[in-house]
Design a protein around this ligand. Structure first.
Ligand code: AR6
Length: 178
């Protein structure tokens, strides 16, 4: 059910792609900026759409770990993407502990459950929190695998989940973990 691939998630043909967002969906850098740019062309416009979506879907202006917000795929539809699911991983700054693992678990599981609810068959994830948020890639991949084992028992619609690693180096390290 889980496959590790190397590539750019903004070009990946999954029905839902997950964004490694911050709690205000500011999409200022990393994969969030890349997704916003690829989806809307204008990053500021996608931030506006995202903030309106938080209000509408959660009734507040921020996202906690485990909560998710869905925005339209817009230009990403050309790759067969239907939805972008925004989730917020932990900030690590190089440190890793049980609390961070639990926040990441919630973030990944929340996105998977939303994908299930949306009825999609394929979902692509970036290595949430392994970039600007500074969590160790190996721990992120390990946590991702654990959550997948948990999710597999409840999945009905989702058939395949891809973990998309951007660099060759990260891809190799992730393969080693699995
Ligand atoms: N496709 C796949 N993976 C990518 C891509 C891409 N196009 N671009 C980067 N990555 P990050 P975080 C990888 O920093 O650590 C943003 O500003 C990257 O190599 O995007 O969760 C948000 O708005 C890394 O392995 O996310 C938040 O403020 C992984 O994606 C903050 O960064 C995650 O890196 C979130 O930080």
């Amino acid at each position: 059910m889980i496959e590790i691939v190397r590539g750019d998630i903004t070009k990946f043909p999954a029905e839902a792609i997950v964004n490694a967002a911050n709690r205000y969906l500011e999409h200022g850098g990393g994969v969030a900026y890349a997704i916003a740019k690829a989806a809307a062309g204008d990053v500021r416009e996608y931030i506006r759409i995202s903030k309106a979506a938080i209000r509408e879907q959660l009734g507040k202006d921020w996202i906690d770990h485990g909560e998710v917000v869905v925005t339209p795929a817009m230009n990403l539809e050309r790759h067969g993407v239907k939805y972008v699911i925004h989730t917020v991983g932990p900030y690590c700054g190089g440190r890793w502990d049980a609390e961070k693992r639990e926040k990441l678990r919630k973030a990944v599981l929340g996105a998977l459950r939303k994908a299930e609810e949306l009825g999609v068959r394929t979902v692509a994830f970036p290595a949430i929190s392994a970039g600007i948020f500074g969590c160790p890639l190996e721990e992120v991949v390990r946590t991702f695998k654990k959550v997948m084992e948990e999710f597999m028992k409840e999945a009905k619609n989702v058939e395949k989940v891809y973990l998309v690693l951007y660099s060759e180096e990260d891809y190799r390290r992730a393969l080693e973990v699995l």
